[in-house]
Design a protein around this ligand. Structure first.
Ligand code: GLU
Length: 467
């Protein structure tokens, strides 16, 4: 049997951290069993579903690298199939038409509330032979009246529900459209899903879904309900806690591998290991080991991991993601040093790709102006002759590499009896416009000779103008 898992978001909002973790767990479970990961867009709520969110979900999944083997399927394209199942359930007496008016249902609810009972449908239309009124009917599932449903959850263990607690669920609205519990069940069955891994907010739907599956003649899949994620205040993670959408983390300069690494540790551990490559995650993760308790989101740890990946990941991987941020700043990186070398120069000092992109900018385009404070301190009348001498010496350099440049800068400081900083710092401001950059020899080597000399002339002219 091929293991098949699915991620089934409703496009009524962005792909958020909780959804991404559920998707990751499903993806890992499929991949580690050489199975298939299915992406299904549950877009039947036409009022709240938006194309914008569908796009954001697909973009977020692609950015995370959680590739699907099947799909994306769209539930709105499967209405005929849902209708066929509803018709069959009706024909077999496993579902029935309910003509109860809103007023009757409300009155029923009020009585039950007053009597401190759980509000539930009382089965009024269960055994009708004729329509009792002209109301357009809804279709209800004929839930068993007795017995129990056992959910053998891979995370929560066995959870038992009494059928008397479950009422006859509406599976089609009066306009004929199918409801969530019906569409999920039909899809999970048709798509051959073997493991349903989803948020534990769906646990209460599971016994109902198992009953419908059985009525359809299918065996229920295995279930794993993943506990929720809380903010530091113990409340369910939401916008109030800062970024929650996956694409927002991309925009703020996180690497997808750092985010995935953070998410896999949220509710799961392997000894005290903190850093997991994708391969390690795939080999070591076990859905059965996911913690039953909710986990708390810790943005500092995520930032720490991001820094770790910026420093240690393959530089071409970092460069690929940095390029996206450079493009976002409108910087063309096709001319100039290879971006992966700029990554190596900047990786020790950047916490995010946004910071790295800002630091990388001057390698690819001339800056508009000097940072005022840096210029005041370093592009002084006293620095003018130093920069002129540097320009003359650097002009002579035939092999433009960090080592040679280092010797020139150091040599000049020695002959002029200046501290190295008195030479390096004006030079840094001259070429980068700021007082922070990677080591000056590395910076110049990356910038190239022509650009370095141009920027030196610009700084010399700036000093001469005495601005
Ligand atoms: N579409 C549902 C949701 O976004 C998930 C359904 C499921 O995983 O069964 O909450």
């Amino acid at each position: 049997m091929t293991v098949k898992t699915r991620f089934a978001p409703s496009p009524t909002g962005h792909l958020h951290i909780g959804g991404a973790r559920t998707a990751l767990f499903s993806w890992l479970h499929a991949k580690q069993h050489q199975g298939h990961f299915v992406l299904r867009i549950e877009d039947t709520d036409r009022e709240r579903s938006m194309q914008e969110y569908v796009d954001a979900i697909l973009e977020g999944m692609a950015w995370l690298g959680l590739d699907h083997d099947e799909g994306p399927f769209y539930q709105t394209q499967r209405f005929d199939r849902y209708q066929a199942v509803i018709d069959q359930l009706l024909a077999e007496g496993k579902a029935y038409r309910c003509y109860c008016s809103k007023a009757r249902l409300e009155a029923l609810r009020e009585t039950q509330m007053r009597d401190k009972q759980k509000p539930r449908y009382d089965g009024h239309c269960r055994d009708l032979t004729e329509p009792p009124n002209e109301n357009p009917p809804v279709i209800r599932f004929r839930n068993p009246l007795s017995g129990q449903v056992q959910v053998n959850d891979l995370i929560r263990g066995t959870v038992v529900f009494d059928n008397r607690e479950l009422d006859d669920l509406i599976i089609a609205r009066s306009d004929g459209t199918p409801t969530y519990n019906l569409t999920v069940v039909v899809d999970d069955a048709d798509m051959g899903i073997t493991h349903v891994i989803r948020g534990d907010d769906h646990l209460n739907n599971t016994p109902r879904q198992i009953n419908i599956l059985e009525a359809m003649g299918y065996q229920a899949p295995a279930y794993a309900h993943v506990p929720m994620i809380l903010g530091a205040d113990g409340k369910r993670l939401s916008k109030r806690h800062g970024a929650v959408s996956v694409l927002q983390y991309r925009d703020e300069g996180y690497l997808p591998d750092a985010l995935l690494n953070y998410l896999v540790r949220l509710g799961w551990a392997h000894g005290d290991q903190e850093v997991f490559s994708r391969e390690e995650m795939r080999d070591l993760f076990k859905i059965e080991e996911v913690n039953r308790a909710a986990s708390t989101f810790n943005p500092d740890k995520l930032l720490w991991l991001n820094q770790h990946y910026l420093k240690n990941a393959d530089s071409s991987y970092v460069a690929r993601h940095l390029q996206w941020h450079m493009a976002r700043l409108g910087v063309d990186v096709s001319q100039g040093p290879p971006l992966s070398e700029v990554v190596v120069a900047l990786r020790e000092r950047s916490k995010t790709l946004v910071e790295m992109a800002v630091g990388a900018r001057f390698f690819y385009e001339n800056f508009a102006e000097y940072e005022p404070k840096a210029a005041r301190k370093n592009l002084t009348a006293e620095a003018g002759p130093v920069l002129q001498a540097l320009a003359a010496h650097l002009e002579e350099v035939a092999h433009w590499d960090a080592e040679t440049i280092h010797r020139v800068v150091e040599g000049l400081a020695e002959t002029r009896e200046l501290k190295l900083g008195k030479v390096a710092q004006p030079l840094r401001v001259a070429v980068s416009g700021t007082s922070v950059s990677p080591p000056i020899d590395v910076t110049l080597a990356l910038l190239g000779k022509a650009t370095t000399l141009d920027r030196l002339q610009r700084a010399i002219a700036f000093i001469e103008r005495g601005e």
